[in-house]
Write a protein that binds this ligand. Structure first.
Ligand code: TPP
Ligand code: MG
Length: 692
């Protein structure tokens, strides 16, 4: 044990004991990692992190992510002890603390600012929601990418360091084992992100016991292989060695840095240190007493913050952060005078606003029976928007030629280690990391999109779910959206993906029917502030609907709209569809009309947007008294009962599809106007007893 009078150690032990006490009071949580990592986090925050607790959203602050989110009490202790202030949803700093001591005392209780795992947008100072292991470190790569892009875009002669923040992420064995961290590390090394530092809590313990049960990587060699700079700290309690490692990071300009720190889970607990028993349960009153005795702490004091601790943080990170932030805002004032346009951009971007005229080049598409794949239409629209929204950037997991997401206008360029100002990212075949990187970019307030085939949304899903949980406006472009993929067959034919993504709270799923709906969908997406969007697009051409004959595509904004109706507006049967199946319904509608049967076609590109409409609108589109209803979607029918009712009929997929030309697939699986006509007539018989 070091000198017990040492103020550094007192601060470190305050972090440890707050963590132990909070977990004990909650009777659940993870004390071990905070106890082991306290000196690491203390050293970083107190000496290096350029962060002002008074203004935790200052744009050029260093970012800190706790990727091992179960160690949340480590972060809450830091937020409390450094006096981080709460920020409102409108980006205003409020006077009150983000994490008062009462919140720590109510760790894991309803309404506490200290939930089980750190949640972005709930607790100010939490830069990223973490808990699903590996996602935090992968998200940090997106932040580092955004930092590099912003520097390339905004830094100007005389203002070379306007944007120069660093990104630090703490990770455990769990993060290290998860595949997503390998994807992300590989990408970060390739991109030479020297503004990125991962710190590995090498405690050799996970839930089941020693890591030797399942993990024998040579981590250092692995990261050297990824192109990282790797350094080691053999004793987490050695503040000098830690500081040296952080200096090494700061002085490394050509690669990201991994600091492997040997720590002891449950440090100082006589019976639990270095065991998995310290991982995820309270230490127990007696063990806590013995641990506190070990620390030279008052044994029975709970949630004890010794005199001088708050002051010490105020004089360290507090003072440094305040000076850095004030100096930065003074520089921004000069910058604004010299580069008003760029300064305005920076402001709008930080507030998730759009530039004037952002949608002025969005095309409208002339009717065309032969048609255009919605992926092609959406690609044109994306380009038209991106030209006028400089901070809209993204890319694909190696499928841009297929997803049509490449920005092709002059100056768009590629983002690579030589040109961080490029706007086309190449994520490589790393869908999960791609989604996490999009989240990281969105957290820094760059507008990010990523694309792949719809079927591989499954590979991105862990991070995609976090986009929704964090309320980030990330944009997922998923193409090849149905059995319409054809010959590639069941491995590439999405069936259950639509239903499963529609089940994610807060996620907006949009499946446009034609080129003009695709354009409207992008317009809706660009106006989202706090919702991620999934744009689901066809590989195959679909007719461009004649809007002089049918309703305008602007109805997309309502999620569902009446596209074609009975002449008197009083249909006997409703045909509901999204995407490429809408035109099948239009054909069926015309056929039924010729037979004197009154139908209405409702295009439903987005359930979520529709469900958000007032009841009056929803009842107008889907009149409750019309119970003869048919839905058509080349996907699982799961969920459609909500709109067709218990007595309606859903045409959909009940298998994984088949490898065959599209013309044969639609026959085999019944996606033809004739089949819809039959289903509609059956519905009429059921509801009225007679089809006429
Ligand atoms: C993706 C994911 N899988 C599983 C878990 C459940 N889990 C939480 S912590 C943990 C063990 C993590 O071990 P480590 O990162 O070494 O943490 P330590 O025990 O050292 O605190 C597991 C499996 C999780 N949170 N996320
Ligand atoms: Mg561990």
């Amino acid at each position: 044990m070091q000198d017990k009078n040492n103020l550094d150690l007192t601060c470190i032990n305050t972090i440890r004991t707050l963590s132990m006490d909070a977990v004990q009071a909650a009777n659940s949580g993870h004390p071990g990692a905070p106890m082991g990592l306290a000196p690491v986090a203390y050293c970083l925050w107190q000496q290096f992190l350029r962060f002002d607790p008074q203004d935790p959203i200052w744009p050029n602050r260093d970012r800190f992510i706790l990727s091992n989110g179960h160690a949340s009490m480590l972060l809450y202790s830091l937020l409390h002890l450094t006096g981080v202030k709460a920020v409102s949803k409108d980006y205003e700093t409020l006077g009150e603390p983000s994490v008062p001591l009462e919140a720590i005392k109510r760790f894991r209780q309803m309404g506490s600012r200290c939930p089980g795992h750190p949640e972005y947008r709930w607790t100010s100072g939490v830069e990223c929601t973490t808990g699903p292991l590996g996602n935090g470190v992968a998200t940090s790569v997106g932040m580092a990418i955004a930092g590099r892009w912003m520097a390339a875009h905004f830094n100007q002669p005389g203002f070379e360091d306007l944007i120069d923040f660093n990104v630090y992420a703490l990770m455990g064995d769990g993060c290290m084992m998860e595949g997503i961290s390998a994807e992300a590390a590989s990408l970060a090394g390739h991109l030479k992100l020297s503004n990125l530092c991962w710190i590995y809590d090498n405690n050799h313990i996970t839930i089941e016991g020693h890591t030797a049960l399942a993990f024998s990587d040579d981590v250092a060699t692995r990261f050297i292989g990824h192109g990282w700079n790797v350094t080691r700290v053999g004793d987490a309690n050695d503040l000098e060695m830690l500081a040296r490692a952080f200096h090494t990071f700061q002085n490394t300009h050509d690669r990201p840095t991994l600091i492997i720190v040997d720590t002891h889970i449950g440090y100082g607990a006589p019976h639990k240190q270095d065991t998995s028993a310290a991982h995820g349960e309270p230490l127990g009153e007696e063990e806590i007493r013995l641990t506190k005795r070990n620390y030279g702490w008052p044994e029975d004091a709970k949630f004890y913050v010794p005199d001088g601790v708050y002051d010490h943080f105020r004089n360290g990170i507090g003072k440094r952060g305040k000076e850095l932030r004030e100096a930065w805002f003074a520089r921004v004032a000069e910058y604004r005078a010299k580069y008003p346009e760029l300064a305005e951009r920076l402001y709008r971007m930080q507030h998730r606003q759009l530039p004037e005229g952002w949608d002025k080049d969005v095309p409208t598409f002339a009717p065309d029976a032969k048609g255009l794949a919605t992926r092609d239409a959406a690609g044109k629209v994306l380009n038209a928007i991106a030209r006028n929204v400089p901070w809209l950037l993204g890319g694909s997991a190696d499928l841009a030629p297929s997803t049509k997401t490449r920005l092709t206008f002059d100056g768009a360029g590629d983002f690579d280690s030589d040109r961080y100002g490029g706007r086309n990212l190449h994520f490589g075949i790393r869908e999960h990391a791609m989604a996490a990187v999009m989240n990281g970019m969105a957290l820094v307030k760059v507008r990010a999109y990523g694309s792949t085939f719809f079927i591989f949304s499954d590979y991105a899903r862990g991070a995609l779910r976090l986009s929704a949980l964090m309320e980030l406006p990330a944009v997922y472009v998923f193409t090849h959206d149905s059995i319409g993929v054809g010959e590639d067959g069941p491995t590439h034919q999405p069936v259950e993906q639509l239903a499963s993504l529609r089940a994610v709270p807060g996620l907006i799923v949009l499946r446009p029917a034609d080129a003009n709906e695709a354009a409207e969908a992008w317009k809706v997406i660009m106006k989202l502030h706090h919702e991620p969007a999934v744009l689901v697009l066809t590989r195959q051409a679909v007719p461009i609907i004649d809007r002089s004959k049918y309703a305008p595509a602007s109805g997309v904004a309502q999620g569902a709209y009446i596209l074609a109706d009975a002449p008197d507006g009083k249909p006997d049967v409703l045909l509901l569809a999204s995407g490429s199946e809408v035109v099948l319904c239009l054909a069926a509608h015309e056929q039924l009309k010729a037979e004197g049967i009154k139908t209405r076609v409702v295009s439903m590109p987005s359930w979520e947007l529709f469900d958000d409409q007032p009841r009056q609108y929803r009842d107008r589109v889907l009149p409750p008294e019309v119970t003869a209803r048919v839905s058509v979607e080349e996907a699982s029918t799961f969920g459609w009962a909500r709109y067709v009712g218990a007595t309606g009929h859903s045409l959909g997929m009940r298998s994984f599809g088949a490898s065959a030309p599209l013309k044969d697939l639609v026959k085999t699986f019944g996606f033809t106007p004739e089949h819809i006509v039959t289903a509609a007539k059956e519905q009429l018989v059921r509801s009225k007893g007679d089809p006429r």
